[in-house]
Ligand binder design. Structure first.
Ligand code: COA
Length: 154
């Protein structure tokens, strides 16, 4: 079921809620990394809010000729309602405003939901970095995962 959320650029005042949301997944960004992104003039952190609740975020960075989507998360109980698709629209618009030639991202090869999301939003696969990501879990048989490099024109 689609849902109406508000989208806005997050600031340092949102750090507590942002760190709490990010903390719901393994291998998440630390509070310090999120704080640095909020303070970096070459970064934007977009948030999706349902009333007072922060339910999703996306981090985008400005590079010399491109922009990079560095993080994207929707709260587990709010998934499949179009929130990430809306956040991606804000990210694309941001990269347009920066005049970026490409919008880049990297995603774990096993992240089926995210890859489906990005393909649907017009991203194509450019290549892979073999064994780029450490395992998500510490299990003895856990192995490193490839990164899929994707991009689209803003
Ligand atoms: C990936 C993620 C951000 C998607 O968020 P979401 O709000 O559920 O995505 P949306 O509802 O906007 O989905 C848009 C489209 O993406 C695709 N998609 C999203 N989740 C999917 C899933 N679990 N399986 C298959 N396709 C999926 C579908 O095409 C979907 O459209 P549909 O629902 O009409 O079929 C969310 O699952 C998440 O936070 N995952 C953990 C963090 C993560 O992996 N971030 C990406 C790191 S690169």
């Amino acid at each position: 079921m689609a849902i109406e959320v508000g989208l806005r650029r997050l600031t340092l005042a949102d750090l507590d809620r942002l760190a709490a949301l990010e903390g719901c997944q393994p291998r998440h960004w630390s509070r310090g990394q999120l704080e640095a992104a909020l303070l970096d003039s070459e970064c934007r952190v977009w948030g999706a809010e349902l009333g007072e609740r922060l339910v999703g975020h996306a981090v985008i960075a400005r590079l010399p000729y491109a922009a990079e989507l560095q993080a994207m998360l929707v709260a587990p109980d709010m998934r499949r309602r179009g929130l990430a698709a809306r956040l991606l629209e804000a990210v694309v618009e941001q990269s347009r405003q920066w005049g970026s030639e490409r919008l880049l991202l990297e995603v774990r090869a096993g992240n089926v939901p995210a890859i489906a999301l990005y393909r649907r939003a017009g991203f194509g696969e450019d290549g892979r970095r073999r064994g780029y990501y450490p395992p998500l879990e510490e299990a003895a048989d856990a192995h490193r995962e490839d990164a899929v490099l994707m991009s689209r024109r803003p």
